[in-house]
Design a protein around this ligand. Structure first.
Ligand SMILES: *Cc1c(COP(=O)(O)O)cnc(C)c1O
Length: 443
């Protein structure tokens, strides 16, 4: 399998190069040359397969001979160390819980797969000082830091906005910075400023002469592709596979949704997808009126991991369905597959409250938006029983405990894994300027 550069289609690289670079030299994204089709009997017999086998069948055609089967199986085994339960909420509505990993968010899957993949690839290409650089609005930082903990020869640098991530998210990032190879930077600014610093570092020649940089954001295909796994694992768990399936994905940078669409194109029978967002509703607006206006700077909400007004992965979705945002090309065919709804903080809170009062289910703000998107779609159908719906519950509610506990008026039990994380005075370096950031990188 080759990956082409969306900025220059003639430029093609293999899986390893795409992963090690993270992003093409002109800063465009890599895209697979084709979406492999799975054999029908794989889908029909999915219940008989183990989670690891399913993941292997799904991802191996994307990897080609960059990683031999035995090593790829090892990587998958080290990635999928937790479950993805499909929890019934109401008749024909399920929550796909993606938060049972070490940092309690779905990003653990992509981050762990990427860390183990880089650990395999780096020695082969002889990169001297591989440095993973990542800007985070909350969940990415913790997941990436945790995934790279055991790989002490890979330097991992995380930049997060001061005071704009939740207490637990912050502790998850900074508690790993006790290790020499992981550095946490707290920037006095917004997520956009963090991303700007990281982007500048990627194009800074002096830095690139000194370090081999790669990105651990979902622009990196090694983080994006493994996110296909849990759509297949959800399908495996569905008891009645004859009712058409609709899947609602709480979206920010649109990596998770993009992976779901890849899964569909591989042959997974999901009838329809819903992009559910907060007020950072660039894509939802595009689906409704055909105009694409990125929201810059992004708007702060209680679903902070989705505070992205300029979603990086939407270009991949455009590529998949031949969509051109400058004219109406492809929009109608995209709308057959994808609907979009957005919700403000008030609606999100109300949804958390209702899910708790009526269904005794504690959702986090992101999952609550996924649920709202699903309900809005179903309510618009002439016959809402035509579908069974899945919403992705992308983080554990404890990560947003201040908001959630206030809404449901109840304490959320603290998972054991978190207790040690929440110490005081964890290490971080305060950043205020790009030159200062650069001087730390060049140490
Ligand atoms: C990152 C994140 C999202 C958004 O996922 P994208 O792939 O960026 O669209 C949603 N919910 C949670 C909890 C997240 O951490």
């Amino acid at each position: 399998m080759k990956y082409y550069n969306l900025g220059n289609r003639k430029q093609k690289v293999d899986f390893s190069t795409a992963v090690l670079q993270g992003i093409a030299p002109d800063k465009s994204l890599y895209f697979p040359e084709f979406i492999p089709k799975l054999r029908n009997d794989f889908i029909c017999n999915i219940e008989k397969l183990s989670d690891d086998e399913i993941a292997y069948q799904v991802i191996s055609p994307f990897i080609g001979d960059s990683i031999p089967p035995k090593e790829l199986k090892e990587i998958i085994k080290s990635t999928l160390t937790f479950d993805f339960p499909l929890v019934p909420i109401e008749q024909n509505i399920f929550s796909l819980e993606l938060f049972h990993g070490p940092t309690l968010a779905f990003k653990d899957v992509g981050a762990r797969f990427m860390a183990h993949t880089l650990n395999y690839l780096t020695p082969l290409v002889g990169e001297k000082y591989m440095t993973v650089l990542v800007a985070t609005s909350g969940d990415t930082g913790g997941a990436v830091a945790n995934a790279f903990l055991e790989f002490s020869y890979i330097r991992t640098i995380i930049v997060f906005p001061k005071g704009k991530v939740s207490e637990i998210q912050e502790a998850q990032i900074t508690s790993t910075a006790n290790k020499d190879h992981i550095e946490a930077f707290e920037l006095d600014g917004t997520f956009d400023t963090c991303q700007d610093f990281v982007k500048r570092a990627f194009v800074d020649e002096e830095i690139n002469d000194f370090l081999t940089l790669t990105s651990a954001n979902s622009i990196n295909i090694a983080r994006l592709l493994p996110q296909m796994f849990y759509y297949f694992l959800a399908y495996k768990q569905l008891k009645n596979k004859s009712i058409p399936i609709v899947c609602s994905v709480p979206s920010g940078n649109f990596g998770n949704l993009c992976a779901g669409l890849f899964a569909k194109e591989m042959g997974l029978p999901i009838d329809h997808f819903i992009a559910s967002t907060n007020r950072n509703n660039t894509v939802v607006n595009y689906l409704s009126d055909g105009t694409y206006h990125p929201i810059v700077p992004s708007i702060k909400t209680i679903s902070n991991a989705m505070d992205v007004g300029q979603p990086s992965n939407f270009v991949r979705i455009q590529e998949l369905y031949g969509v051109n945002i400058n004219n109406d090309e492809g929009l109608e065919s995209l709308k057959k597959i994808l609907s979009g709804y957005w919700f403000d903080d008030g609606q999100t809170k109300q949804s958390i409250e209702e899910l708790y009062q009526k269904r005794q289910y504690i959702a986090d703000p992101h999952g609550a938006i996924g649920y709202l998107g699903l309900k809005s779609f179903l309510n618009k159908q002439e016959n809402s029983n035509k579908y069974q719906g899945i919403f992705l519950e992308t983080a554990h509610p404890i990560k947003f405990r201040d908001d959630v506990e206030q809404i449901i008026q109840k304490k959320i039990p603290m998972p054991n894994s978190l207790k040690e994380t929440l110490e005081d005075d964890l290490p971080r370096t305060l950043l205020w300027s790009y030159p200062q950031f650069k001087s730390y990188l060049m140490i």
